[in-house]
Design a protein around this ligand. Structure first.
Ligand SMILES: NC(=O)C1=CN([C@@H]2O[C@H](COP(=O)(O)OP(=O)(O)OC[C@H]3O[C@@H](n4cnc5c(N)ncnc54)[C@H](O)[C@@H]3O)[C@@H](O)[C@H]2O)[C@@H](O)CC1
Ligand SMILES: [K+]
Length: 464
């Protein structure tokens, strides 16, 4: 579980937010609140068991000393083991307020409940060899481990594994989520992510995806006002049909498959329009009632595909580019897309993203750079799906059903997105990603992509 709609900030942004608060309130008071939040959360899982609290050298350790004192005062059996002397003034003060014995991390005996206050946002390098195995053994031996702010050994801004063990049960994020709670190794290592308000206001354009608010069609709605979606068919017609089906079930009023031949399956409500080549498609796309065009699922990469893609790029219509369209654009994506006036959405998975962009850094930074380069909204798919807009807005969806890792689910996302775009949703990308993940959850295990659109109406009903 990851809190929906929660702000996400980097380590530097969190420090700046803390500094602003410390100008009007003593740091120790804030640390008391952080430690109290940790103690409250830990107490829910103790059930009378002995607790071992691990304290590192920084302020994460400071929080740990506070939590230990409060848990002890509440009557729990608490021991502390530290990796060394407290190194910050606040941690030293909290160590003094604890006032009891502090053991060495290296001689610590496992206890059923473990609280990890070794390192938080200040971790700057891989866990030292001595610490990593000892910490991992204590986690493995515990029945329940609660990490303070971040599991120790996780890099805050990227979720890179710097020696973090497996088996952390829950992580209490302090003040705001950090990228590591929703990206990379953090996805598997944080356990349940909980968020504590410790009185530090944070401003952020980055948030986790939340359930969209959708509206049912009004009494005067008609198929065009609901949104006309065109899906361009290519070499693998099944992929385009999946996208078209998702557009229909995702709420579009009218869905047209622009296809090479009349034949082929699909729902009876799906309208087919024959197009021979790029010129034909360009003519067809002068129809101004079209609300969104999808191109790329099963498009192919031959000359015909290139012609179709150029026609779609040249049309002054909202455009969703997926699959082969992304591969065809490759490193020229920025050059092609900057010329467009109408809005564009790109839905690359990791492989397609790499073929298109030369970027380093964490997934949020990379996706923001891609959005800025292409002036498009980029939905960078994966277990941690990152949406970034050219204006710097970021939404992250983590922990979607792992059964989504099957062929065709990307086509369904493209179609779902098209329906949201065509219906005029200003937050189409976030809505589509939520609906898609919700449909997957409703579909249960081992679904095939064909089954996903059938669950979209139920997902939509939860947003009305
Ligand atoms: N600033 C504050 O007063 C507050 C901070 N808070 C807590 O403070 C944390 C951040 O505190 P800090 O900035 O002190 O950082 P940390 O406590 O995360 O760790 C910093 C210390 O660890 C050392 N270190 C870094 N990587 C290491 C490695 N691989 N091996 C060994 N030592 C390593 C550093 O040299 C430094 O001494 C947050 O995660 C949060 O838990 C909260 O108490 C809220 C208030
Ligand atoms: K920690």
């Amino acid at each position: 579980m990851i809190p929906p709609g929660a702000p996400i900030v980097t380590a530097a942004q969190m420090r700046a937010a803390e500094e602003a608060v410390f100008r009007r309130e003593p740091q120790l008071d804030v640390m008391e609140r952080a430690g109290a939040a940790v103690a409250r959360e830990a107490a829910r899982f103790v059930h009378g068991s002995p607790i071992l609290v691990l304290a590192g050298p920084g302020n994460n350790g400071g929080d740990a000393y506070v939590a230990a004192r409060l848990l002890k005062a509440a009557g729990h059996d608490v021991a502390i083991a530290a990796s060394g002397e407290p190194g910050t003034p606040a941690a030293r003060e909290m160590h003094a307020r604890w006032g009891g014995e502090v053991g060495s991390l290296y001689q610590a005996r496992p206890r059923p409940v473990l609280v990890d206050g070794l390192f938080g946002t200040g971790l700057t390098r891989p866990l030292e060899r001595g610490i990593a195995p000892v910490f991992a053994e204590l986690v493995a031996a515990a029945r329940f481990t609660l990490a303070i702010d971040l599991p120790s050994g996780l890099e805050t801004d990227s979720g890179t594994d710097l020696g973090v063990p497996r088996g952390i049960s829950a992580t209490l994020a302090l003040g705001a989520l950090k990228p590591a709670h929703v990206l990379g190794a953090g996805l598997e290592r944080c356990g349940h992510v909980l968020l504590a308000d410790i009185g530090i206001p944070v401003e952020s354009q980055w948030r986790t995806v939340t359930r969209p608010k959708l509206v049912a069609p009004g009494p005067r709605a008609h198929k065009y006002s609901r949104g006309l979606v065109v899906v361009v068919e290519g070499d693998m017609p099944g992929a385009a049909r999946l996208a078209a089906h998702a557009a229909m079930a995702g709420g579009a009023g009218y869905t047209i498959l622009a296809c090479a031949s009349d034949g082929g399956g699909g729902p009876d409500a799906l309208v087919r329009h024959k197009i021979a080549n790029g010129d034909d498609l360009a003519d067809f796309l002068t129809e101004k009632r079209i609300g969104a065009v999808v191109i790329g699922p099963g498009l192919g990469r031959d000359r015909r595909a290139e012609g179709l893609l150029k026609a779609a790029l040249g049309a002054d219509l909202p455009l969703i580019l997926d699959g082969d369209a992304l591969t065809l654009l490759g490193k020229s994506a920025g050059a092609w897309l900057q010329r467009r006036n109408a809005a564009t959405w790109l839905t690359p998975h990791a492989g397609e993203f790499e073929r298109m962009f030369e970027s380093d850094g964490d997934k949020i930074t990379q996706t923001l750079a891609a959005a800025s380069e292409t002036r498009a909204t980029v939905i960078h798919k994966g277990a941690d799906t990152v949406i970034a807009t050219p204006r710097g807005v970021v939404r992250v969806l983590a922990q979607a059903s792992s059964w989504l890792s099957t062929a065709g689910t990307g086509d369904v996302l493209a179609g779902t997105l098209a329906a949201q775009v065509a219906s005029g949703n200003k937050n189409a990308a976030e809505a589509a990603v939520w609906l898609h993940a919700r449909a997957a959850a409703l579909a249960g295990p081992a679904f095939i992509a064909d089954a996903l659109p059938m669950h979209l109406p139920q997902a939509i009903s939860e947003c009305l």
